[in-house]
Design a protein around this ligand. Structure first.
Ligand SMILES: Cc1cc2nc3c(=O)[nH]c(=O)nc-3n(C[C@H](O)[C@H](O)[C@H](O)COP(=O)(O)OP(=O)(O)OC[C@H]3O[C@@H](n4cnc5c(N)ncnc54)[C@H](O)[C@@H]3O)c2cc1C
Length: 444
Protein backbone atom coordinates (compact mmCIF):
# COMPACT_ATOMS: atom_id res chain seq x y z
CA UNK A 1 0.00 0.00 0.00
CA UNK A 2 1.82 3.15 -1.20
CA UNK A 3 -0.65 6.00 -0.48
CA UNK A 4 0.90 8.31 2.06
CA UNK A 5 0.34 11.94 3.04
CA UNK A 6 3.30 12.30 5.38
CA UNK A 7 6.76 13.74 4.80
CA UNK A 8 9.72 11.69 5.98
CA UNK A 9 11.20 13.12 9.16
CA UNK A 10 14.59 13.99 7.63
CA UNK A 11 13.11 16.12 4.83
CA UNK A 12 10.54 17.55 7.25
CA UNK A 13 13.54 18.83 9.22
CA UNK A 14 14.75 20.61 6.08
CA UNK A 15 11.30 22.08 5.48
CA UNK A 16 11.08 23.32 9.08
CA UNK A 17 14.49 24.95 8.68
CA UNK A 18 13.48 26.50 5.33
CA UNK A 19 10.28 27.96 6.78
CA UNK A 20 12.06 29.65 9.67
CA UNK A 21 14.89 30.81 7.40
CA UNK A 22 12.50 32.30 4.80
CA UNK A 23 10.33 33.98 7.44
CA UNK A 24 13.21 35.49 9.41
CA UNK A 25 16.01 36.06 6.90
CA UNK A 26 14.45 36.32 3.45
CA UNK A 27 10.97 37.88 3.72
CA UNK A 28 12.41 41.17 5.09
CA UNK A 29 14.43 41.51 1.85
CA UNK A 30 11.16 41.88 -0.08
CA UNK A 31 10.59 45.16 1.76
CA UNK A 32 14.01 46.73 1.22
CA UNK A 33 15.56 45.27 -1.95
CA UNK A 34 14.49 45.82 -5.52
CA UNK A 35 14.87 43.36 -8.42
CA UNK A 36 16.12 39.85 -7.48
CA UNK A 37 17.33 39.30 -11.04
CA UNK A 38 19.69 42.26 -11.11
CA UNK A 39 23.05 40.62 -10.32
CA UNK A 40 24.82 43.95 -10.91
CA UNK A 41 23.23 45.38 -7.75
CA UNK A 42 26.26 45.01 -5.44
CA UNK A 43 24.37 46.06 -2.30
CA UNK A 44 21.69 43.45 -2.81
CA UNK A 45 24.20 40.75 -3.75
CA UNK A 46 26.30 41.47 -0.65
CA UNK A 47 23.26 40.64 1.49
CA UNK A 48 22.04 37.74 -0.62
CA UNK A 49 25.28 35.78 -1.25
CA UNK A 50 25.80 34.71 2.40
CA UNK A 51 22.15 33.62 2.56
CA UNK A 52 22.63 31.59 -0.63
CA UNK A 53 25.67 29.97 0.99
CA UNK A 54 23.56 28.89 3.97
CA UNK A 55 21.09 27.29 1.54
CA UNK A 56 23.94 25.50 -0.27
CA UNK A 57 25.38 24.26 3.04
CA UNK A 58 21.97 22.87 3.89
CA UNK A 59 21.83 21.10 0.47
CA UNK A 60 18.70 22.97 -0.56
CA UNK A 61 20.27 24.94 -3.44
CA UNK A 62 18.71 24.46 -6.92
CA UNK A 63 16.32 21.76 -5.73
CA UNK A 64 14.70 21.58 -9.18
CA UNK A 65 17.88 19.99 -10.56
CA UNK A 66 19.21 16.47 -10.53
CA UNK A 67 22.47 15.58 -8.84
CA UNK A 68 24.35 15.55 -12.17
CA UNK A 69 23.69 19.30 -12.46
CA UNK A 70 24.57 20.27 -8.92
CA UNK A 71 21.11 19.97 -7.36
CA UNK A 72 20.08 17.40 -4.75
CA UNK A 73 17.76 15.61 -7.23
CA UNK A 74 14.84 15.54 -4.82
CA UNK A 75 12.21 15.25 -7.56
CA UNK A 76 9.00 17.21 -8.01
CA UNK A 77 7.11 16.16 -4.88
CA UNK A 78 9.79 17.31 -2.48
CA UNK A 79 10.28 20.39 -4.64
CA UNK A 80 6.55 21.13 -4.28
CA UNK A 81 6.80 20.95 -0.49
CA UNK A 82 9.78 23.30 -0.53
CA UNK A 83 8.29 25.67 -3.11
CA UNK A 84 5.13 26.11 -1.06
CA UNK A 85 7.43 27.74 1.47
CA UNK A 86 9.55 29.72 -1.03
CA UNK A 87 6.43 31.18 -2.67
CA UNK A 88 5.96 33.28 0.48
CA UNK A 89 8.71 35.67 -0.62
CA UNK A 90 9.69 37.42 -3.86
CA UNK A 91 13.37 36.92 -3.02
CA UNK A 92 13.23 33.34 -1.72
CA UNK A 93 13.51 31.54 -5.10
CA UNK A 94 16.67 33.55 -5.87
CA UNK A 95 18.12 32.78 -2.43
CA UNK A 96 17.38 29.07 -3.04
CA UNK A 97 18.61 29.07 -6.68
CA UNK A 98 15.35 27.97 -8.30
CA UNK A 99 13.78 31.21 -9.62
CA UNK A 100 11.75 31.31 -12.82
CA UNK A 101 12.47 31.76 -15.67
CA UNK A 102 16.10 30.80 -14.92
CA UNK A 103 15.03 27.40 -13.57
CA UNK A 104 13.29 26.48 -16.85
CA UNK A 105 16.11 27.95 -18.91
CA UNK A 106 18.62 25.85 -16.96
CA UNK A 107 16.49 22.81 -17.59
CA UNK A 108 16.53 23.22 -21.39
CA UNK A 109 20.22 24.14 -21.48
CA UNK A 110 20.92 20.96 -19.52
CA UNK A 111 18.64 18.89 -21.72
CA UNK A 112 19.53 20.21 -25.18
CA UNK A 113 22.79 22.18 -24.76
CA UNK A 114 26.14 21.14 -26.24
CA UNK A 115 29.15 20.78 -23.93
CA UNK A 116 30.33 24.29 -24.96
CA UNK A 117 26.90 25.84 -24.42
CA UNK A 118 26.67 24.28 -20.97
CA UNK A 119 30.11 25.47 -20.00
CA UNK A 120 29.51 29.03 -21.21
CA UNK A 121 25.89 29.59 -20.14
CA UNK A 122 24.64 26.83 -17.83
CA UNK A 123 27.55 26.82 -15.42
CA UNK A 124 27.27 30.53 -14.39
CA UNK A 125 23.49 30.22 -14.36
CA UNK A 126 23.58 27.32 -11.92
CA UNK A 127 26.01 29.18 -9.69
CA UNK A 128 23.55 32.08 -9.54
CA UNK A 129 26.00 34.47 -11.23
CA UNK A 130 23.79 35.47 -14.19
CA UNK A 131 20.11 35.99 -15.03
CA UNK A 132 18.60 34.72 -18.28
CA UNK A 133 15.65 35.67 -20.43
CA UNK A 134 13.17 33.46 -22.29
CA UNK A 135 12.08 35.39 -25.36
CA UNK A 136 9.12 33.71 -27.06
CA UNK A 137 5.92 35.81 -26.97
CA UNK A 138 5.46 38.39 -29.74
CA UNK A 139 3.41 41.59 -29.54
CA UNK A 140 0.80 40.28 -31.98
CA UNK A 141 0.80 36.63 -30.81
CA UNK A 142 1.21 35.04 -27.40
CA UNK A 143 -1.14 32.14 -26.80
CA UNK A 144 -0.64 30.70 -30.28
CA UNK A 145 3.00 30.08 -31.34
CA UNK A 146 1.80 29.21 -34.84
CA UNK A 147 1.42 32.96 -35.43
CA UNK A 148 5.00 33.90 -34.48
CA UNK A 149 6.90 35.71 -37.24
CA UNK A 150 10.35 36.46 -35.75
CA UNK A 151 12.64 34.65 -38.17
CA UNK A 152 16.17 33.29 -38.28
CA UNK A 153 17.88 32.84 -41.65
CA UNK A 154 21.10 30.94 -42.24
CA UNK A 155 23.85 33.11 -43.78
CA UNK A 156 27.16 31.29 -44.17
CA UNK A 157 28.28 30.20 -40.70
CA UNK A 158 25.74 32.43 -38.90
CA UNK A 159 22.04 32.69 -38.13
CA UNK A 160 20.51 36.15 -38.61
CA UNK A 161 17.47 36.92 -36.43
CA UNK A 162 14.83 39.56 -37.21
CA UNK A 163 11.57 40.37 -35.45
CA UNK A 164 9.98 41.63 -32.23
CA UNK A 165 9.39 39.93 -28.89
CA UNK A 166 7.17 41.06 -26.04
CA UNK A 167 7.06 40.47 -22.29
CA UNK A 168 10.52 38.88 -22.25
CA UNK A 169 10.92 38.91 -18.46
CA UNK A 170 14.10 40.36 -16.94
CA UNK A 171 15.51 41.30 -20.36
CA UNK A 172 17.19 44.43 -19.02
CA UNK A 173 19.27 42.48 -16.46
CA UNK A 174 19.85 39.24 -18.40
CA UNK A 175 23.14 37.96 -19.78
CA UNK A 176 21.53 35.45 -22.14
CA UNK A 177 18.38 35.47 -24.30
CA UNK A 178 16.82 32.20 -25.40
CA UNK A 179 14.92 33.17 -28.53
CA UNK A 180 12.32 31.20 -30.49
CA UNK A 181 12.36 31.99 -34.21
CA UNK A 182 10.85 30.66 -37.44
CA UNK A 183 13.51 28.87 -39.51
CA UNK A 184 11.20 27.19 -42.04
CA UNK A 185 7.86 28.94 -42.57
CA UNK A 186 6.64 26.07 -44.77
CA UNK A 187 7.19 23.40 -42.13
CA UNK A 188 4.58 24.78 -39.67
CA UNK A 189 5.00 25.53 -35.95
CA UNK A 190 5.93 22.02 -34.82
CA UNK A 191 8.92 21.58 -37.16
CA UNK A 192 9.53 25.07 -38.51
CA UNK A 193 10.82 26.93 -35.43
CA UNK A 194 14.22 26.77 -33.74
CA UNK A 195 15.66 27.99 -30.44
CA UNK A 196 18.71 30.30 -30.35
CA UNK A 197 21.10 31.47 -27.65
CA UNK A 198 21.74 35.21 -27.99
CA UNK A 199 24.24 36.73 -25.52
CA UNK A 200 23.33 40.17 -24.13
CA UNK A 201 25.05 42.96 -26.03
CA UNK A 202 24.87 41.21 -29.40
CA UNK A 203 24.53 44.01 -32.00
CA UNK A 204 20.95 44.48 -33.22
CA UNK A 205 19.32 43.31 -29.94
CA UNK A 206 17.43 46.34 -28.67
CA UNK A 207 15.25 46.75 -25.57
CA UNK A 208 12.62 49.12 -26.96
CA UNK A 209 11.21 49.56 -23.45
CA UNK A 210 10.61 47.79 -20.16
CA UNK A 211 7.00 46.96 -19.31
CA UNK A 212 5.72 46.45 -15.74
CA UNK A 213 2.78 44.46 -14.42
CA UNK A 214 0.14 46.57 -12.67
CA UNK A 215 1.14 49.64 -10.80
CA UNK A 216 1.82 48.49 -7.26
CA UNK A 217 4.83 46.74 -5.80
CA UNK A 218 5.88 44.84 -8.93
CA UNK A 219 9.62 45.02 -9.32
CA UNK A 220 10.20 42.72 -12.30
CA UNK A 221 10.46 44.14 -15.78
CA UNK A 222 9.32 42.59 -19.02
CA UNK A 223 11.11 43.65 -22.18
CA UNK A 224 9.62 44.73 -25.45
CA UNK A 225 12.50 43.67 -27.69
CA UNK A 226 13.49 44.26 -31.26
CA UNK A 227 15.87 41.89 -33.04
CA UNK A 228 17.32 43.65 -36.11
CA UNK A 229 19.82 41.55 -38.06
CA UNK A 230 21.01 39.93 -34.83
CA UNK A 231 23.82 37.63 -35.93
CA UNK A 232 24.85 34.54 -33.90
CA UNK A 233 27.22 31.72 -34.92
CA UNK A 234 25.65 28.43 -36.05
CA UNK A 235 26.68 26.76 -32.79
CA UNK A 236 24.26 29.08 -30.91
CA UNK A 237 21.34 26.93 -32.03
CA UNK A 238 19.86 25.17 -28.95
CA UNK A 239 18.71 21.67 -29.82
CA UNK A 240 18.14 20.67 -33.39
CA UNK A 241 16.99 22.93 -36.23
CA UNK A 242 13.19 22.92 -36.25
CA UNK A 243 13.09 21.58 -32.69
CA UNK A 244 11.96 24.70 -30.78
CA UNK A 245 8.48 23.42 -30.05
CA UNK A 246 9.80 20.35 -28.25
CA UNK A 247 12.32 22.48 -26.34
CA UNK A 248 9.55 24.90 -25.30
CA UNK A 249 7.32 22.10 -24.09
CA UNK A 250 10.14 20.64 -21.97
CA UNK A 251 10.51 24.02 -20.35
CA UNK A 252 6.89 24.97 -19.92
CA UNK A 253 5.66 21.74 -18.31
CA UNK A 254 8.03 22.18 -15.37
CA UNK A 255 7.52 25.94 -15.27
CA UNK A 256 3.75 25.64 -14.90
CA UNK A 257 4.15 23.22 -12.00
CA UNK A 258 6.73 25.37 -10.24
CA UNK A 259 4.42 28.40 -10.49
CA UNK A 260 1.63 26.32 -8.98
CA UNK A 261 3.81 25.14 -6.11
CA UNK A 262 4.78 28.70 -5.24
CA UNK A 263 1.19 29.87 -5.64
CA UNK A 264 0.21 27.47 -2.85
CA UNK A 265 2.20 29.67 -0.49
CA UNK A 266 0.46 32.83 -1.61
CA UNK A 267 -3.00 31.32 -1.33
CA UNK A 268 -2.13 30.25 2.22
CA UNK A 269 -0.91 33.77 3.02
CA UNK A 270 -4.17 35.29 1.74
CA UNK A 271 -6.11 32.71 3.75
CA UNK A 272 -4.16 33.50 6.94
CA UNK A 273 -4.79 37.23 6.42
CA UNK A 274 -8.51 36.56 6.00
CA UNK A 275 -8.74 34.45 9.17
CA UNK A 276 -6.73 36.92 11.25
CA UNK A 277 -8.96 39.77 10.05
CA UNK A 278 -12.09 37.74 10.80
CA UNK A 279 -11.15 37.20 14.44
CA UNK A 280 -9.76 40.74 14.88
CA UNK A 281 -12.28 43.16 13.37
CA UNK A 282 -15.07 44.09 15.75
CA UNK A 283 -18.62 45.03 14.77
CA UNK A 284 -21.56 45.80 17.10
CA UNK A 285 -22.63 42.17 16.70
CA UNK A 286 -19.18 40.76 17.48
CA UNK A 287 -16.13 39.99 15.36
CA UNK A 288 -16.43 39.47 11.60
CA UNK A 289 -15.88 35.79 12.38
CA UNK A 290 -19.24 35.68 14.16
CA UNK A 291 -21.11 36.24 10.87
CA UNK A 292 -22.23 33.17 8.99
CA UNK A 293 -21.22 34.67 5.64
CA UNK A 294 -17.67 35.21 6.89
CA UNK A 295 -17.53 31.64 8.13
CA UNK A 296 -18.82 30.41 4.77
CA UNK A 297 -16.02 32.35 3.01
CA UNK A 298 -13.45 30.78 5.31
CA UNK A 299 -14.84 27.26 4.89
CA UNK A 300 -15.03 27.60 1.08
CA UNK A 301 -11.50 29.00 0.93
CA UNK A 302 -10.03 26.23 3.05
CA UNK A 303 -11.71 23.53 0.96
CA UNK A 304 -10.61 25.09 -2.36
CA UNK A 305 -7.07 25.61 -1.07
CA UNK A 306 -6.75 22.01 0.14
CA UNK A 307 -8.23 20.63 -3.09
CA UNK A 308 -5.71 22.62 -5.11
CA UNK A 309 -2.84 21.56 -2.86
CA UNK A 310 -3.72 17.89 -3.25
CA UNK A 311 -3.97 18.29 -7.05
CA UNK A 312 -0.53 19.92 -7.16
CA UNK A 313 1.08 17.30 -4.91
CA UNK A 314 -0.53 14.42 -6.79
CA UNK A 315 0.64 15.84 -10.13
CA UNK A 316 4.16 16.30 -8.74
CA UNK A 317 4.04 12.68 -7.59
CA UNK A 318 2.94 11.60 -11.08
CA UNK A 319 5.88 13.52 -12.58
CA UNK A 320 8.29 11.69 -10.29
CA UNK A 321 6.67 8.39 -11.25
CA UNK A 322 6.69 8.89 -15.04
CA UNK A 323 9.63 11.31 -15.42
CA UNK A 324 8.04 12.56 -18.63
CA UNK A 325 6.00 15.77 -18.84
CA UNK A 326 4.09 14.48 -21.86
CA UNK A 327 2.55 11.64 -19.85
CA UNK A 328 1.30 14.09 -17.22
CA UNK A 329 0.15 16.79 -19.65
CA UNK A 330 -3.50 16.50 -18.71
CA UNK A 331 -2.81 16.81 -14.98
CA UNK A 332 -0.48 19.79 -15.48
CA UNK A 333 -3.17 21.50 -17.58
CA UNK A 334 -5.66 20.94 -14.74
CA UNK A 335 -3.22 22.44 -12.23
CA UNK A 336 -2.64 25.43 -14.53
CA UNK A 337 -6.40 26.07 -14.81
CA UNK A 338 -7.10 25.64 -11.09
CA UNK A 339 -4.18 27.87 -9.98
CA UNK A 340 -5.42 31.37 -10.92
CA UNK A 341 -8.98 30.62 -9.81
CA UNK A 342 -8.15 29.51 -6.27
CA UNK A 343 -5.55 32.28 -5.97
CA UNK A 344 -8.05 34.91 -7.14
CA UNK A 345 -11.02 33.65 -5.13
CA UNK A 346 -9.23 33.33 -1.79
CA UNK A 347 -7.39 36.65 -2.26
CA UNK A 348 -10.58 38.48 -3.28
CA UNK A 349 -12.40 37.24 -0.16
CA UNK A 350 -9.45 38.22 2.04
CA UNK A 351 -9.29 41.65 0.41
CA UNK A 352 -13.03 42.20 0.83
CA UNK A 353 -12.93 41.39 4.55
CA UNK A 354 -10.19 44.00 4.99
CA UNK A 355 -12.45 46.77 3.68
CA UNK A 356 -10.65 49.92 2.52
CA UNK A 357 -7.42 48.64 4.03
CA UNK A 358 -7.64 45.65 1.67
CA UNK A 359 -7.58 47.79 -1.47
CA UNK A 360 -4.95 50.16 -0.09
CA UNK A 361 -1.23 50.05 -0.79
CA UNK A 362 -0.70 49.24 2.90
CA UNK A 363 -1.65 45.58 2.35
CA UNK A 364 -0.22 43.22 -0.31
CA UNK A 365 -3.66 42.07 -1.46
CA UNK A 366 -4.17 44.18 -4.61
CA UNK A 367 -0.77 43.03 -5.89
CA UNK A 368 -1.75 39.43 -5.15
CA UNK A 369 -4.99 39.87 -7.06
CA UNK A 370 -3.02 40.97 -10.12
CA UNK A 371 -0.59 38.09 -9.59
CA UNK A 372 -3.58 35.73 -9.72
CA UNK A 373 -4.53 37.15 -13.11
CA UNK A 374 -0.90 36.86 -14.24
CA UNK A 375 -1.08 33.15 -13.42
CA UNK A 376 -4.08 32.89 -15.77
CA UNK A 377 -1.91 34.24 -18.63
CA UNK A 378 1.73 33.18 -18.27
CA UNK A 379 2.66 29.93 -19.96
CA UNK A 380 -0.62 30.05 -21.90
CA UNK A 381 -4.08 31.35 -20.96
CA UNK A 382 -6.64 29.32 -19.04
CA UNK A 383 -8.80 28.65 -22.10
CA UNK A 384 -5.96 26.92 -23.94
CA UNK A 385 -5.27 24.62 -20.98
CA UNK A 386 -8.95 23.81 -20.57
CA UNK A 387 -8.93 22.77 -24.23
CA UNK A 388 -5.88 20.54 -23.64
CA UNK A 389 -7.48 18.98 -20.58
CA UNK A 390 -10.84 18.36 -22.23
CA UNK A 391 -9.25 16.97 -25.43
CA UNK A 392 -7.11 14.60 -23.41
CA UNK A 393 -10.07 13.42 -21.36
CA UNK A 394 -12.33 12.97 -24.41
CA UNK A 395 -9.65 10.92 -26.19
CA UNK A 396 -10.49 8.17 -23.68
CA UNK A 397 -14.15 8.00 -24.70
CA UNK A 398 -15.95 6.26 -27.59
CA UNK A 399 -19.35 7.18 -29.04
CA UNK A 400 -22.30 5.21 -27.62
CA UNK A 401 -22.69 1.91 -29.46
CA UNK A 402 -26.43 2.22 -30.07
CA UNK A 403 -29.11 4.84 -30.49
CA UNK A 404 -29.22 5.65 -26.78
CA UNK A 405 -26.41 6.42 -24.29
CA UNK A 406 -24.68 3.53 -22.54
CA UNK A 407 -26.19 4.75 -19.26
CA UNK A 408 -29.76 4.79 -20.64
CA UNK A 409 -31.79 3.10 -17.91
CA UNK A 410 -34.29 1.04 -19.99
CA UNK A 411 -31.50 -0.67 -21.93
CA UNK A 412 -29.44 -1.34 -18.80
CA UNK A 413 -32.49 -2.62 -16.95
CA UNK A 414 -33.37 -4.95 -19.82
CA UNK A 415 -29.82 -6.33 -19.91
CA UNK A 416 -29.85 -6.82 -16.15
CA UNK A 417 -33.22 -8.57 -16.20
CA UNK A 418 -32.10 -10.84 -19.02
CA UNK A 419 -28.95 -11.70 -17.10
CA UNK A 420 -30.86 -12.58 -13.96
CA UNK A 421 -34.03 -13.81 -15.75
CA UNK A 422 -34.03 -17.20 -14.15
CA UNK A 423 -33.57 -15.93 -10.61
CA UNK A 424 -36.01 -13.05 -11.13
CA UNK A 425 -38.67 -15.41 -12.43
CA UNK A 426 -38.69 -17.17 -9.05
CA UNK A 427 -38.49 -13.89 -7.11
CA UNK A 428 -41.19 -11.86 -8.88
CA UNK A 429 -43.37 -14.62 -10.22
CA UNK A 430 -45.52 -13.30 -13.02
CA UNK A 431 -43.44 -10.27 -14.04
CA UNK A 432 -43.00 -10.08 -17.83
CA UNK A 433 -39.24 -9.64 -18.65
CA UNK A 434 -39.93 -8.78 -22.34
CA UNK A 435 -38.44 -5.54 -23.81
CA UNK A 436 -41.87 -3.93 -24.18
CA UNK A 437 -42.66 -4.53 -20.52
CA UNK A 438 -39.26 -3.16 -19.55
CA UNK A 439 -39.97 0.17 -21.23
CA UNK A 440 -43.43 0.28 -19.70
CA UNK A 441 -41.97 -0.13 -16.20
CA UNK A 442 -39.22 2.51 -16.75
CA UNK A 443 -39.15 4.94 -13.87
CA UNK A 444 -40.52 2.52 -11.29
C1 LIG B 1 4.09 38.67 -15.91
C2 LIG B 1 4.28 38.01 -17.23
C3 LIG B 1 5.53 37.47 -17.55
C4 LIG B 1 5.74 36.90 -18.80
N1 LIG B 1 6.97 36.43 -19.11
C5 LIG B 1 7.22 35.98 -20.35
C6 LIG B 1 8.53 35.59 -20.72
O1 LIG B 1 9.47 35.67 -19.92
N2 LIG B 1 8.75 35.19 -22.00
C7 LIG B 1 7.74 35.11 -22.91
O2 LIG B 1 8.01 34.72 -24.03
N3 LIG B 1 6.47 35.45 -22.59
C8 LIG B 1 6.18 35.90 -21.33
N4 LIG B 1 4.93 36.30 -21.00
C9 LIG B 1 3.88 36.27 -22.00
C10 LIG B 1 2.84 35.17 -21.78
O3 LIG B 1 3.37 33.91 -22.06
C11 LIG B 1 1.63 35.55 -22.66
O4 LIG B 1 1.03 36.66 -22.04
C12 LIG B 1 0.63 34.42 -22.82
O5 LIG B 1 1.13 33.36 -23.59
C13 LIG B 1 -0.66 34.96 -23.47
O6 LIG B 1 -0.34 35.61 -24.67
P1 LIG B 1 -0.87 37.10 -24.93
O7 LIG B 1 -0.56 37.94 -23.75
O8 LIG B 1 -0.39 37.54 -26.25
O9 LIG B 1 -2.45 36.94 -24.97
P2 LIG B 1 -3.33 36.59 -26.23
O10 LIG B 1 -2.73 35.48 -27.02
O11 LIG B 1 -3.66 37.86 -26.95
O12 LIG B 1 -4.62 36.06 -25.51
C14 LIG B 1 -5.49 36.99 -24.82
C15 LIG B 1 -6.72 36.27 -24.38
O13 LIG B 1 -7.42 35.77 -25.51
C16 LIG B 1 -8.03 34.54 -25.21
N5 LIG B 1 -7.47 33.49 -26.06
C17 LIG B 1 -6.29 33.50 -26.74
N6 LIG B 1 -6.13 32.34 -27.40
C18 LIG B 1 -7.20 31.58 -27.16
C19 LIG B 1 -7.62 30.28 -27.57
N7 LIG B 1 -6.85 29.49 -28.35
N8 LIG B 1 -8.80 29.80 -27.10
C20 LIG B 1 -9.59 30.57 -26.30
N9 LIG B 1 -9.26 31.80 -25.89
C21 LIG B 1 -8.08 32.32 -26.31
C22 LIG B 1 -7.73 34.27 -23.75
O14 LIG B 1 -8.77 34.79 -22.94
C23 LIG B 1 -6.45 35.05 -23.51
O15 LIG B 1 -6.25 35.39 -22.13
C24 LIG B 1 4.67 36.85 -19.74
C25 LIG B 1 3.41 37.38 -19.42
C26 LIG B 1 3.22 37.96 -18.19
C27 LIG B 1 1.87 38.54 -17.87
Amino acid sequence: MAWDFETDSEFQGDLDWALEFVKNEVEPLDLVLDDPYDKANETAMAIVRPLQQQVKDRRLWACHLGAELGGPGYGQLKLALLNEILGRSRWAPTVFGCQAPDSGNAEILAHYGTAEQKERFLRPLLKGDISTCYSMTEPHAGADPALFTTSAVREGGDWVINGSKWFSSNASVSSLFIVMAVTDAEAGPYRGMSMFLVPAGTPGLEIVRDVHVGSLGHHSTHGYLRYSDVRVPADHLLGEEGGAFAVAQTRLGGGRMHHAMRTLAQVKQAFDMMCERAVSRQTRAGTLASFQMTRERIADSWIEMEQFRLLVLRTAWLLDKHRDYRLVRKDIAAVKVAMPKVFHDVTQRALHLHGALGVSDEMPLTGMLIDAEVMALVDGPTEVHKETLAKDILAGYLPAAGEFPTAHLPGRRMAARQRYAELLEHAIGNDDPSPAAMVATEGR
